[in-house]
Design a binder for this molecule. Structure first.
Ligand code: 13P
Ligand code: 13P
Ligand code: MG
Ligand code: MG
Ligand code: MG
Length: 364
């Protein structure tokens, strides 16, 4: 029987400002998921949090896009939103764009990453959860995990990895997708995924079709047609025995690469890998964070997790990220700290342009 890992996440309110999801909201999600467990809808679950985003990590045997599983997540977020409203939490119900469930949580606001697979004799699965950034933030680390031999030595020295991987890339603006093979089409892949706001890695497979990774690619602001926060993404990665080793899956995060998000979803900043306890984006509402959780999936049960970035070997990354944060902050409202106008989630520019319209003159 196949096992499915579904990670469904949403920001439904936080304390204070956009900082931390309130513990009571997590308790409510826990109650709902526990009921689903007892009803046999899911087999196991773990609830994590990165900043103001709650991450529901669920296992079951019902496949991807299962109505009952999605409804469980939706019910958890709806019930927790009621409490968030009572507590007048910041952004209560922020990521829920509709209050009626229609069979699939996709398009309703929450982010979704799911993988279905036949369990190996031992199956390490890693889950990465971000706050204050967007799905394209995973392009660089996921590329490095599955395609960069200077990160993943296994691509060179492990016969089970030597064939490489297939990448599915979504064009989130035009709503198109393409599958590219690595290493054969590596330069074409990089030509796309370097544009992190538009081309987003959705899935990775082994060449034989076995799933290797999945990323939530929902772009809330595009769905809602207005700014409702960044789409703080999640990513599931399978490791070891035919996939990159755990250590190869976490090492790309030792480089605090620059991602879009941070304050008002309108700034570039360094991605800081942190433990669950340190997933509190405070400085200028950031800098952007990623939490890593390492599980063994065993007959549908989640063994673990290990808090992957709770490792002093990542301290220099965090220090470097803090220094980069200081350097970028000195730019204030200037690019490249501030995002280009077309990518900003908030902008006063149309209003400013309207006000100045009559004062603009043609240049000779
Ligand atoms: P161990 O010898 O500790 O099991 O490590 C094996 C390995 O491949 C680590 O990447
Ligand atoms: P979130 O997407 O995490 O809610 O952040 C929104 C924001 O404006 C932070 O400054
Ligand atoms: Mg928020
Ligand atoms: Mg958030
Ligand atoms: Mg958000």
């Amino acid at each position: 029987m196949k096992t499915t890992v579904s990670v469904i996440k949403a920001d439904i309110g936080s304390v204070s400002g956009h900082c931390v999801a309130h513990p009571e909201l997590i308790d409510i999600c826990d109650e709902v998921l526990n009921e689903a467990l007892e009803a046999g809808i899911i087999k196991d679950y773990y609830i994590s949090r990165c900043g103001d985003d709650i991450d529901l990590i669920m296992t079951h045997d019902k496949g991807e896009e299962n109505e009952e599983v999605h409804k469980t997540a939706y019910t958890a977020f709806m019930k927790a939103t009621e409490r968030a409203r009572e507590l007048k939490l910041y952004g209560a119900g922020q990521d829920l764009l509709t209050d009626t469930f229609s069979g699939n949580i996709k398009g309703m606001g929450p982010g979704v990453a799911e993988i279905e697979f036949e369990e190996r004799p031992s199956d390490p699965v890693l889950v990465f959860c971000c706050d204050k950034t967007e799905p394209g933030a995973f392009n660089l680390p996921v590329f490095r995990i599955f395609a960069d031999p200077f990160n993943t030595a296994g691509l060179v020295i492990d016969p089970k990895l030597h064939d490489g991987f297939k990448f599915e890339v979504f064009d989130v603006i035009e709503h198109k997708k393409v599958i590219l093979n690595c290493p054969e089409e590596m330069y074409d892949l990089l030509a796309l995924i370097g544009s992190t706001g538009r081309y987003v890695i959705k899935r990775v497979w082994k060449k034989n079709g076995e799933i290797a990774a999945a990323v939530s690619t929902e772009r809330l602001n595009l769905m809602a047609g207005e700014y409702v926060g960044k789409d703080d993404p999640v990513c599931i990665v399978r490791a070891q025995s035919g996939f990159p080793a755990n250590g190869e899956c976490v090492d790309p995060f030792a480089f605090p690469h620059i991602v879009s998000g941070w304050m008002r979803g309108s700034h570039n900043g360094p991605m800081m890998p942190v433990s669950e306890a340190e997933a509190n984006p405070i400085r200028f509402d950031g800098p952007p964070r990623v939490v890593g959780l390492g599980f063994q999936v065993s007959n549908g049960e989640l063994i673990g997790p290990v808090d992957l970035f709770d490792d002093p070997a990542f301290d220099p990354t965090r220090e470097q990220a803090a220094k980069i944060a200081t350097y970028l902050r000195r730019h204030g409202p200037f690019e490249p700290h501030r995002l280009p106008a077309e990518e900003m989630e908030y902008t006063s520019l149309p209003g400013v342009m309207k006000k100045l319209e009559s004062r603009f003159e043609d240049m000779d």
